[in-house]
Write a protein that binds this ligand. Sequence first.
Ligand code: LP5
Ligand code: MN
Length: 241
Amino acid sequence: MRDWIFISDLHLAPERPQIIDLFVRFVSEIAVKADTLYILGDFVEYWIGDDDKAEGLKAAFSAFDQLKEAGTRVFMMHGNRDFLIGNDLAARCHFQLVEDPLPVQIQNRPALLMHGDTLCTDDIDYQEFRAMVRNENWQNEFLSKSLGEREQIALSLREKSKLATADKSPDIMDVNQDAVIKTIKQHNISTLIHGHTHRPAIHEFEVDGNPVKRIVLGDWYETGNYLRISEEDEVELITFS
Ligand code: LP5
Ligand code: MN
């Protein structure tokens, strides 16, 4: 049985070794048996460039060796925390970076994979911030700084983000339903899979009379979780610890 599995928002950090251990276990017990693993963003707490050796995350990065050996295909999409992951880390960990949004055919489902942040269109401050940091010139200038300087900037952005999100209403930080419907119509899909909002659920509704599913992956702060779509097209959101 060769499932497709999906995870996001692990936010792996040396300060949370138990989640790194959980990911390593997830790889050796679950992901090695899968056909395909998609990581839909925010794999790490933040990423400041592939020249960072990130020794504290070594166990997580080494786990990808098992997937290569097992023949599990691994695809990684950027999240709002780790959009600077580049092809050097991808080569070191044997995964392929993919675009957001990514149309895929899963069994018989025309589906779309996203991190999810672009659907949060009511969060105007965030969308402005996103446009700024996703600009190539901005990124090149950031990457030209020393690792120490980049680390300081990343930590200060995290602090600013914590203050900003504490002030925003939960509604603003969720997806905008009009943006969801527009995306579903634009890509002509029946299944949308994303993370980012940390509100795991399978939402079923209709768009122009057609049934659609919006599947939201959960974060890994307390427990691990993943979406499994089997060869027989069974869809299951699974939580484990
Ligand atoms: O991440 P989280 O869950 O706290 O909140 C997100 C949005 N915040 C972010 C910011 C990240 O947390 C910090 C990213 C660190 C990346 C490290 C790499 C450094 C890259 C450098 C650039 C090339 O994504 C948050 C959303 C929330 O999700 C829910 O969707 O609301 O958005 C914000 O908090 C953004 C604020 O509203 C506005 C930003 C204020 C900061 C402006 C500083 C600009 C000066 C930059 C100086 C370098
Ligand atoms: Mn995110």
